[in-house]
Write a protein that binds this ligand. Structure first.
Ligand SMILES: [Zn+2]
Length: 454
C-alpha cells in the first residue's frame, strides 16, 4: 500500500494507466513525497519518488532507504554495507531524485584512440585490480552488477521460477539503463542488447542492429565505443589469429577479440570461464565495450564476465551456486548481493534471506577471503549465517518464518542451531519441508514485480 498525494493506493494498482496522471502530478512537484506503507507500524512509511522510465511514471525508492522497507516489500534492499555498492554510493553512483536521474562515473573509456598501445590500456578489464580501490568510478563489472541490481534480477521469490527468459532480461535491463547518465551521454544511448532471435525476423533484426552500430563505424584516430550486454554462447578461433565472441541471439554478429584482449580476458576471468565449463546448467553474461570498423565489424575493447544460474541469479563459486540453487529448489525468498568493484578477498554477504524474521545475511567465507565478515550493526534487524566453505559442509539454513506478516521471531534454540557452523554433529542444510506459503496465499507473490511478470 502506498500513500500518494493523500490517496491510499494498493500496490497492485500501481501499473494502472488511470494512475499515470496522479504520478505525473507528483513528478512535477518533487517536494511531495509518496510513501510506501509496508513498514508503517515501525517507520510511519518510507518516502519514495516518481521517475519517468520507458515513457511511464513509476515509483522509486529514495537513495539509502532500501533497508527501511519490510523484507517482503519490492523496494527492500539489504543495508548497503553488506554489498559491494556501499563505497560507490555518492561517488561513482549519484542518485538525484529531484531530477529523476542517476549519474554514473565510469572507470573505463568510451572512446578509443588509435595509436594508444594495448599494453598501456591492458585490454579486457585487466587493470581492475588497481581500479578496484578507486571507488569514485565504476569498473565494467561494477556497471554490469549495477544494471543487474537495478533490473531487480537479484530478487527471487518462488513465483519467478521458470519465468525468466531473454526477452524479459533484455527488456528490464534496457529499462534499468533509462534515466542513467554517464559523463557524456545517456547510458541508454550506449547500451545494445541483442533482440530475441527468430529466423523469420532475421533480416529486420540485422537491419536494426546495423542502424544502431552504423553511426559508430569509423577508422579515424578517435573512435566512440558502444556497450553490449548478452549471454556468451562461445569464444572460438576466428581466422588470421584472432578469436570471436558469439553472443546468444546474435549468431550473425561476431565480436572480434584481438590476441591482447583475449589474453586479458582469460587471465582476469579464469574463474568465471572455469565455472561456466564446470556447471553445465549455468550461463555466462558479458558486458563489453566495442568499436565498429568502417566496414561494420564489431571489435571488443574491454570485457567483464559474470556467472548466473539457470534462473539468471549471479553466483561466484560452486558453493554459492549450491546455496542459490538449493534456495530456489526449496521455494525460499532472498535477495542476492553483488560485489561491484570489490575484490574477492573482501568479505561481503552472499545473499539476504527475506523470508526469515529478521532477514538473514548469509556469508560464504573461504581461505581466499581476508577474514570473517564485520559484525552487523546492532540497530539493523538482521541475523548472520556463515558457511566456512573451506572447513565445513553447508550448515543448516534458517527455516522460513511461517507467516512473515505475523512477525514471529525465530526461537533462540533454532537460531543457535542454524547459525553455529562449528556444530560437530551432522546437520542437514535444509529442513525436511519448508513452510513457505503457497503463492495463492501470499499477497506478495501476486504482485506485478518487474521481474516476475514474464
Ligand atoms: Zn516498502
Amino acid at each position: 500500500m502506498y500513500a500518494i498525494d493523500d490517496q491510499f493506493i494498493d500496490r497492485a494498482r500501481l501499473g494502472d494507466d488511470q494512475l499515470q496522471p496522479l504520478l505525473a502530478a507528483v513528478h512535477r512537484n518533487p517536494g511531495h513525497r509518496p510513501r510506501c506503507l509496508c513498514s508503517a507500524a515501525e517507520t510511519g512509511g518510507v518516502d519514495m519518488y516518481v521517475a519517468r522510465i520507458g515513457g511511464r511514471y513509476v515509483l522509486k525508492r529514495m537513495p539509502g532507504t532500501g533497508p527501511h522497507h519490510s523484507a517482503g516489500c519490492l523496494s527492500y534492499t539489504p543495508p548497503a554495507e553488506l554489498t559491494g555498492i556501499a563505497p560507490l554510493v555518492g561517488t561513482a553512483i549519484r542518485e538525484q531524485p529531484n531530477l529523476g536521474v542517476t549519474r554514473l562515473s565510469l572507470g573505463f573509456p568510451l572512446t578509443r584512440y588509435s595509436g594508444r598501445t594495448k599494453a598501456a590500456d591492458a585490454g579486457g578489464d585487466a587493470d581492475a585490480e588497481e581500479r578496484e580501490l578507486d571507488n569514485t568510478k565504476l569498473t565494467l563489472r561494477g556497471l554490469l552488477h549495477f544494471l543487474w541490481d537495478e533490473a531487480e534480477f537479484v530478487r527471487w521469490i518462488p513465483a519467478m521460477a521458470g519465468r525468466r527468459r531473454w526477452p524479459a532480461i533484455r527488456r528490464y535491463i534496457l529499462l534499468a539503463a533509462e534515466a542513467k547518465s554517464t559523463k557524456t551521454r545517456p547510458l541508454s544511448e550506449l547500451l545494445w542488447l541483442p533482440e530475441p532471435f527468430t529466423v523469420a525476423d532475421k533480416p529486420d533484426i540485422a537491419a536494426r542492429r546495423t542502424a544502431t552500430f552504423g553511426p559508430y563505424a569509423g577508422s579515424g584516430r578517435r573512435q566512440r565505443l558502444l556497450l553490449a550486454l548478452g549471454e556468451v554462447k562461445d569464444i572460438a578461433p576466428a581466422r588470421f589469429g584472432r578469436h570471436q565472441l558469439i553472443i546468444k541471439h546474435a549468431p550473425d554478429c561476431p565480436f572480434i577479440l584481438d590476441p591482447d584482449t583475449l589474453t586479458a580476458l582469460k587471465g582476469h576471468f579464469a574463474i568465471e570461464l572455469g565455472l561456466r565449463q564446470a556447471l553445465s546448467d549455468t550461463k555466462l553474461i558479458a558486458l563489453l565495450t566495442f568499436s565498429v570498423t568502417v566496414t561494420g565489424v564489431a571489435v571488443v575493447d574491454r570485457i567483464a564476465l559474470m556467472n548466473v544460474t539457470a534462473d539468471w541469479i549471479p553466483f561466484e563459486s560452486v558453493f554459492e551456486h549450491a546455496l542459490v540453487s538449493g534456495l530456489v529448489e526449496h521455494r525460499r525468498r532472498f535477495r542476492k548481493t553483488l560485489r561491484y568493484n570489490q575484490p574477492a578477498t573482501t568479505p561481503l554477504a552472499s545473499l539476504i534471506l527475506t523470508d526469515t524474521n529478521p532477514p538473514t545475511a548469509c556469508y560464504l567465507t573461504t581461505t581466499a577471503t581476508s577474514g570473517p565478515p564485520a559484525a552487523i550493526n546492532p540497530d539493523l534487524p538482521l541475523t548472520q549465517w556463515i558457511w566456512h566453505t573451506s572447513v565445513h559442509a553447508m550448515p543448516r539454513i534458517p527455516p522460513p518464518t511461517t507467516n512473515r506478516r505475523d512477525r514471529v521471531p525465530t526461537t533462540p534454540s533454532t537460531a543457535e542451531e542454524a547459525h553455529d557452523p562449528t556444530e560437530t554433529k551432522e546437520v542437514r542444510p535444509w529442513t525436511k519441508h519448508t513452510t513457505a506459503l503457497p503463492n495463492s496465499q501470499n499477497p506478495d507473490c501476486a504482485t506485478t514485480s518487474a521481474t516476475s511478470t514474464e
